[in-house]
Design a protein around this ligand. Structure first.
Ligand code: ADP
Ligand code: MG
Length: 235
């Protein structure tokens, strides 16, 4: 397969009063299948906007986003939701679990929405994903009784629900203590070793230890793009 994600002259601008503000400013970037990319930068530097452009949550003002040979910047919004369900798993800082559903039901909902996994296989698959992220014993609990780290494990299992090739995570450890954060980084490392492309936004400059491409962004521009030879798997 060709490159996983290719961004060309990608910009997202907002008209603020009479000035044009560039949240993402002419970004060119290639992320290959199987890469583990960290995006670091100060608050307001454009990290979330960049991630939201890659998932099609945001539409670019100009430029292109090509994901697995599909130009999503040209895609109709009605098709984008289905496309995202098949291709991208999303993980957020504040987990965004549905409080009235159990842990298992949160995973099932993602599968029911997308319909990639046959209905008869969904419960078994949800349970095996919860097992994979180390939280199968909480399957029938409601999210409110879980710790932050446990909630993020559920959110990662949900992101994997439809077996997407790409996981985008926006500050997934931003609300976790350092020990729990390391466990979550290790989980992403494991998923990357199993072939998932991981793109992780973080305030935590430690995240570069886990990735094979670290992108430093400020004022919507890539300032440096540090590549190492291969992914470092931290024990
Ligand atoms: P980060 O995730 O790095 O903190 P964001 O991508 O959320 O940064 O935001 C980048 C910049 O774009 C910020 O200055 C933010 O205020 C601005 N921005 C984001 N969304 C909007 C919007 N809908 N309207 C106007 N400005 C926005
Ligand atoms: Mg952000």
């Amino acid at each position: 397969m060709s490159n996983s994600i290719s961004l060309t002259a990608l910009s997202k601008s907002y008209q603020i009063n009479k000035t044009l503000f560039h949240a993402v400013d002419r970004v060119n970037l290639t992320i290959k299948k199987g890469d583990f990319v960290s995006i670091i930068g100060k608050s307001g530097s454009g990290k979330s906007t960049l991630l939201n452009l890659m998932s099609g949550i945001d539409q670019p003002t100009s430029g292109q986003v090509i994901v697995n040979d599909v130009d999503i910047s040209q895609m109709e919004s009605s098709l984008l939701d289905a496309w995202r369900g098949h291709n991208i798993g999303l993980v957020f800082q504040f987990f965004q679990l549905i409080p009235t559903l159990t842990v298992l039901e949160n995973i099932l909902l993602a599968m029911d929405f997308c319909k990639v996994i046959p209905a008869k296989d969904r419960v078994n698959r949800a349970r095996s994903l919860l097992d994979k992220v180390g939280i199968i014993d909480k399957a029938d609990q409601f999210p409110s009784i879980l710790s932050g780290g446990e909630k993020q494990r559920v959110a990662i299992a949900r992101a994997l629900a439809n077996d997407p090739p790409i996981i985008l995570a926006d500050e997934p450890t931003g609300n976790l203590d350092s020990v729990t954060a390391k466990a979550i980084f290790d989980l992403f490392t494991e998923l990357n070793a199993q072939g998932k492309t991981i793109i992780l936004v973080s305030h935590d400059s430690d995240c570069h230890k886990y990735s094979n491409q670290t992108i430093d962004i400020s004022d919507g521009k890539i300032r440096s793009n540090i590549k190492s030879v291969e992914v470092t798997h931290c024990a």
